[in-house]
Design a protein around this ligand. Structure first.
Ligand code: 26W
Length: 812
């Protein structure tokens, strides 16, 4: 790498001069970032090549993680950290009068994902490389990522995110590895001499998939894995073929554009599965390009097809890439001449599936007509898989029509992607203990009864390298000084911090670090939002996608209630608090957008009212992203994880906050249950209905939000403020919809039901925060117990239980 900082400086200056024709003084900040990034990219290449060659020579089994989303965050800082040159580069730049952290800001934050699922994929890639595991990501290179969120009059406005307008320095385009993907057309069959059917696919629309490879650098080792992002880039031949098909030769440009559209943009919705044709095209495009390239690379090993599952594991991140199953079947049978039974065994043994949600509206199903016309051969295979599966069920449960109809892959004119994923894979996992139990006992009960051995839990995790070591360097140093550096490779060792429970100077140091982070965040908020916040106040943070079940509305109603209390009694003794929000709403999710508007209104009222703004402030940060999360989490005291119990599959933000010493205020949902198990009642704030209570209410149908409204004066007052003339509403109908959701439609997410216990929990938070030493101790316990939630632990479990891969020992 660099033997010392002088060598770095000289190479960096040459890079600027030779590649960009600039000097340190003439280069713009972006030029400087590009030169630095370019230099680091070159340094990565050697190990990247070596890793790849090593895998080939040793024929190591490879994991391919198929995901429609990878929310990677900026890469410069993390790559420097993992390459063990962070301080050296920082010092070298400093000598040249440059600031690394300012240069890092010049990198655009690629928003190739919606939220939890995409960020989890990114954490997993970091862990795979850091643990010397041969695992790679397969995704799409969207030209437009997650929209840029702006607020106009408090309302969300979406602008396109053309993140590629600034060169993405980390990717390498590999046109020589392009793959053809085929859509539409017809399938005909002929009988061969052995009586075997041969399928011929004709009249299809071809489109070129070009891979762009991004290196994934392991921590202090020589492993560099690959994130391969596919881009739809039609060739002239592709465009001519489309023109011929449509009998329309005059509109080449239009044809070209419609082909390119496949990888044009990320669907900005993680709450509803809309049956849009373009989305299905995206899914198949990723799957087909990916599986074809995997099969090609397997063939270079010169092994029989039966050993495919020993050399490749194909993991599907939720059902979005579920077409991996019929696509692998198609290639094996139609292109490689493998028979159905063997192809099926190979496929099942190679594919595994993670479920990330039980929300029924988010479960994917595609109209049979659409699948059949867009992917005729794939549909035939799905139909056959379904046929055989239903026959097998009939043998086990003869006459049980109800059960078979319930489990079928193709039913009611729809292809059910979760069913296809379960039937076609050898492992199905949920993402937290509670979530997996819900899958087994409720949502997928009949499948669990049929295939009990396939179901397992893999509680999510987060990479401590990005979320602690990179995001919070002062805390990282304090930890290492206290317990040595073994925790970095074995995050479970963070529990050694529990020995520091009585170490007052250490607790003070934790407090000082948090305080400094809060001051930094406050300065940034002042600069970017023009809002003055008090770093001495409690920083209470609610950042995640905006969704009814995540209940940002509960938080908002509580702030309205606090405001009302303060207004009616100005002498009220209240611990100052700053409420932070960050959340994007899906553009078509009307209710979620209303909640954003309400929170912005509350912010406007509260922040400008001198009677209250010394005590409470509300900051809604626009355009929430990975880089904003990295700023805000290290500065947080309270982590709002207040989903309605049973609805949040896991949550991963909860783990990031915990690792940075914030205390969870949450329901017994998702991984909060496991956080509670680890830290105990004294070190977090649990409130609200438990999952079994929620189910009881569902069963009895006995919840009445109106009854809560009538019996709780605080609820009545705040809800009335939504629709009558009040500080929060101009008496117009702007928040009528929220009022109606809570009262007319009986409050689907039990917001009012949990209101009272939320208020109590919030009071307890305020009281406890005043006892500084106890609070710091709670914070310490959270940090100390957070090692379990490193994605290194999660990935080791996937490697052992699902993928059957070991650490590659030929790499350091
Ligand atoms: C088809 C529309 C769509 C797109 C994405 C529906 C659903 C999704 C995702 C499955 C939603 C998602 O991101 N789920 C989140 O996954 C995280 C990682 O496992 C969990 O921590 C979150 O609890 C879960 O909501």
């Amino acid at each position: 790498m660099f033997s010392d900082k002088e060598e770095f400086k000289s190479e960096f200056k040459s890079q600027l001069e030779e590649k960009l024709g600039k000097t340190v003084t003439t280069a713009s900040d972006f030029d400087t970032y590009r030169a630095l990034g370019g230099l680091i990219r070159e340094k990565i290449n050697k190990n990247w090549l070596k890793t790849d060659q090593g895998y080939r020579e040793n024929k190591n089994k490879q994991v391919y993680y198929f995901s429609m989303e990878f929310l990677m965050g900026r890469l410069l800082g993390n790559n420097l950290l993992n390459m063990n040159v962070l301080s050296l580069v920082e010092d070298g730049l400093d000598d040249l009068g440059l600031s690394l952290s300012e240069l890092e800001e010049k990198e655009s934050d690629p928003g190739l994902g919606n939220g939890g699922l995409g960020r989890l994929a990114a954490c997993f890639l970091d862990s795979l490389a850091s643990l010397n595991l041969a695992g790679h990501g397969y995704g799409l290179r969207y030209k437009y990522g997650m929209f840029d969120q702006h607020f106009i009059d408090g309302k969300q406005v979406e602008l396109p995110d053309y993140w590629l307008s600034k060169e993405f320095i980390w990717e390498v385009r590999r046109p020589e590895e392009a793959i053809e993907v085929r859509f539409g057309g017809h399938v005909s069959s002929t009988k061969g001499e052995n009586g075997k059917l041969h399928f011929k696919y004709e009249d299809y629309e071809p489109i070129n998939a070009i891979p762009y490879d991004v290196p994934v650098v392991g921590y202090h080792n020589e492993t560099v894995n690959t994130l391969r992002l596919w881009s739809a880039e039609p060739t002239i031949e592709n465009t001519v073929a489309k023109a011929e098909k449509e009998g329309e030769f005059g509109h080449f440009l239009q044809h070209k554009r419609s082909l390119e559209a496949i990888s044009e943009f990320l669907y900005p919705d993680d709450s509803t599965a809309e049956g849009k044709e373009l989305r299905l095209k995206q899914e198949y495009f990723l799957v087909s390009a990916g599986v074809q390239s995997i099969v090609q690379s397997f063939e270079t090993l010169g092994l029989p097809w039966s050993s495919f599952p020993e050399k490749a594991a194909l993991h599907i991140n939720d059902t979005h890439p579920a077409l991996v199953i019929p696509e692998l079947m198609r290639i094996l049978m139609d292109e490689k001449g493998v028979g159905w039974e063997e192809a099926w065994e190979i496929t099942q043994n190679s594919v595994s599936y993670t479920n990330h949600t039980t929300l029924s509206e988010a479960l994917e199903s595609w109209p049979v007509g659409l699948v059949r016309s867009l992917l005729p051969r794939i549909f035939m295979i799905i139909d056959e898989i379904n046929e055989r599966f239903c026959q097998a069920l009939w043998r086990t449960y003869p006459g049980d029509f109800d059960r078979i109809a319930d489990l079928a892959i193709v039913a009611d004119g729809q292809v059910k992607m979760a069913h296809l994923s379960i039937v076609g894979s050898h492992s199905i996992n949920g993402v937290a203990k509670l979530h997996t139990e819900i899958l087994k006992k409720r949502e997928m009960k009949r499948f669990y009864d049929t295939f009990p051995d396939r179901f397992n839990n893999k509680t999510n995790g987060i990479t401590h390298r990005r979320w602690l070591m990179h995001a919070n360097r002062p805390l990282t140093s304090a930890i290492t000084e206290a317990i040595g550096e073994d925790w970095i490779r074995q995050p479970g060792q963070l529990t050694k911090l529990l020995n520091r429970k009585d170490d007052l100077p250490f607790l003070d140091r934790l407090h000082d670090i948090k305080q400094k982070n809060k001051i930094d965040l406050s300065n940034w908020v002042q600069e970017t939002q023009g809002i003055a916040v008090d770093p001495e106040s409690i920083f209470d943070v609610h950042i995640k996608r905006l969704h009814g079940y995540k209940r940002q509305l509960l938080n908002a109603l509580h702030i309205m209630h606090l405001y009302n209390e303060l207004k009616s009694d100005p002498t009220l003794d209240i611990v100052p608090r700053t409420f932070f929000f960050g959340a994007k709403a899906a553009p078509s999710y009307h209710f979620a957008k209303k909640v954003i508007q309400l929170i912005n209104r509350i912010a406007d009222v509260v922040n400008h009212d001198p009677d209250v703004n010394e005590y409470i402030k509300v900051v809604f940060l626009p355009n929430y992203s990975v880089s904003i999360a990295e700023r805000i989490i290290p500065a947080s005291n309270v982590s709002e994880q207040i989903s309605m119990a049973t609805k949040e599959a896991s949550g991963t933000g909860n783990m990031k906050f915990m690792m940075n010493g914030a205390l969870t205020l949450g329901t017994m949902d998702g991984a909060n249950v496991e956080i509670h198990e680890l830290v105990g009642d004294d070190n977090l704030y649990i409130f609200g209905l438990r999952s079994d209570e929620v189910w009881d209410y569902y069963r009895n149908g006995s919840y009445s939000s109106k009854a809560v409204y009538e019996n709780d004066q605080r609820v009545r007052h705040t809800l009335d403020q939504l629709i009558h003339y009040s500080p929060f509403s101009k008496g117009e109908t702007e928040f009528q919809e929220i009022y109606d959701a809570l009262l007319t439609y009986n409050d689907e997410y039990f917001v009012l039901k949990d209101f009272a216990s939320y208020v109590l929990a919030q009071k307890k938070v305020s009281q406890d925060y005043q006892r500084k030493r106890q609070w710091n101790l709670k914070s310490l316990v959270n940090i100390a117990q957070s090692g379990v939630f490193s994605s290194d632990r999660t990935i080791q479990e996937y490697a052992r239980d699902i993928w059957d891969i070991q650490r590659v020992t030929t790499l350091k």
